[in-house]
Design a binder for this molecule. Structure first.
Ligand code: AMP
Ligand code: MG
Length: 424
């Protein structure tokens, strides 16, 4: 097995001290692996779960030739080309209550949407263009043979894959599985994620901060972001910055989890023990990513006995935590969950009405509010953008993403935005 350090050592231009966002995403994406292990669950409980195998349709969908509209079922061969045709209506076919029997030449049935076509009916004439006199139907000319009908198996054939392995199931997928008559599906087990905060300045909610101490907010943010991913969450609290506590926290996390997320302690010049320990426990890369906020980031795989877990060492600053989570951990969690392909986060164009200062060379994620005015999508920034200022995140509904080549932005310039809603 190639180690993580081996994998990056053969990359061109690998510079851990100025790593482009896209390269960091690529490395993380290539190295994380889906969890092994599946379970059978009821379809009703499968929202957000990831298919471990293709869902094979046991039936044709639709199961029968049926009508797509309310109208009259006819034989195309009976219809005259240039004039109206008179036919005798001999009965009605309802959805769920087929017409028993068949039509002979010169006959038609009244037919409802979803009703099974009698064997000789191949065309449906909608009721809006039909005219009835007693039990005689007049069909106008120029009907198209086969119109307004759905053929058995036209959506899906029995034995074919209705949904592919790797699909994270949404409401439409759940409905589709139910439409095949399947009550259970095979999904991958949930990814287990352990996380803790590090830093002697942190106190948990409920404790009183002494001078110089602050409340640990990152753990709550991370818990909230993880909750939107449908992973199993293992909250390990605040861990003191001493080697013994940190080592036992890491070992406990490795034994229970597939991925470990920490915040704080990965920046340059940190006196903290956390980097040393990460290094000791496995194969960890320490990066300075060419981005703002969120420069320091650690990624790797750490071991305890014969167990291992992927490690994501996020920066300590609260905004940087969120940005690095969305840019790097998000994709990794999808991959670990077995999602394939991982859906990209859309970048949408909008007109920026603020002026933004920026130097080329790194990617910036400024917090913005996207709104629609005068028929176009516009975006403004949310006040002070310091990486510790959570209010700028809380007031925002999008990131304004300024790529590495981009310089300052003048009001009226177009920018790319990433919506936070649905960032999961
Ligand atoms: P660090 O990366 O450990 O140097 O932390 C950078 C900044 O983030 C410092 O101001 C820390 O106090 C702050 N910080 C670190 N961890 C947390 C946390 N869990 N909650 C809130 N702020 C934090
Ligand atoms: Mg720290």
């Amino acid at each position: 097995m190639t180690t993580i350090s081996q994998a990056v050592s053969c990359m061109d231009d690998y510079d851990p001290n100025a790593l482009p966002v896209a390269t960091a995403q690529q490395i993380v994406g290539q190295l994380v692996e889906p969890v092994i292990g599946t379970e059978r669950i009821f379809v009703r409980n499968a929202l957000g779960r990831v298919l471990a195998a293709d869902v094979i349709s046991p039936i044709d969908v639709p199961a029968h030739n049926n009508s797509a509209m309310d109208g009259y079922g006819v034989r195309a061969a009976d219809l005259a080309a240039g004039s109206a045709t008179a036919l005798q209506v001999i009965g009605t076919a309802y959805a769920g209550r087929p017409y028993q029997g068949d039509i002979a030449p010169g006959q038609a049935v009244r037919i409802m949407t979803g009703a099974v076509l009698p064997p000789s009916v191949d065309t449906v004439v909608i009721q809006e263009v039909s005219r009835m006199e007693g039990d005689t139907l007049f069909v106008p000319p120029a009907q198209r043979p086969g119109q307004n009908t759905r053929r058995a198996g036209e959506d899906l054939q029995a034995g074919k894959a209705a949904l592919p392995a790797g699909r994270r199931l949404g409401p439409a997928d759940i409905g589709l599985i139910a439409s095949l008559g399947l009550a259970e599906v095979t999904v991958r087990r949930r990814v287990r994620v352990a996380f803790f905060s590090t830093g002697d300045e942190l106190v948990s909610l409920g404790d009183k901060p002494t001078e110089g101490q602050i409340y640990d907010s990152n753990r709550y943010t991370i818990h909230a972001m993880l909750s939107q991913f449908g992973v199993e969450i293992i909250d390990m609290g605040v861990v003191r910055d001493d080697p013994a506590s940190l080592e036992s926290a890491f070992r406990e996390a490795i034994e229970q989890a597939d991925a470990i997320i920490t915040s704080g302690g990965v920046s340059v010049g940190e006196a903290d023990f956390i980097k040393q320990l990460m290094d000791q426990l496995g194969d960890v890369l320490f990066w300075k990513i060419a981005m703002k906020p969120g420069r320091p980031f650690a990624f790797g795989r750490i071991h305890s006995g014969d167990q291992s877990a992927f490690l994501f060492g996020l920066p300590g600053n609260p905004v940087a935590v969120m940005v690095t989570f969305y840019e790097f951990v998000r994709d990794a969690l999808h991959r670990m969950a077995g999602v394939d392909p991982v859906p990209p986060v859309p970048l949408l164009p909008a007109k920026c009405i603020s002026s933004l200062k920026k130097n080329p060379g790194r990617t910036e994620f400024q917090r913005g509010v996207l709104f629609r005015e005068a028929g176009e999508w516009q975006v403004r920034i949310t006040g002070a953008q310091g990486s510790g200022i959570l209010r700028s995140m809380s007031d925002a509904n999008c990131f304004i993403v300024l790529g590495p080549e981009r310089g300052s932005v003048k009001p009226g310039d177009m920018v790319d935005v990433q919506l936070m809603q649905g960032l999961a």
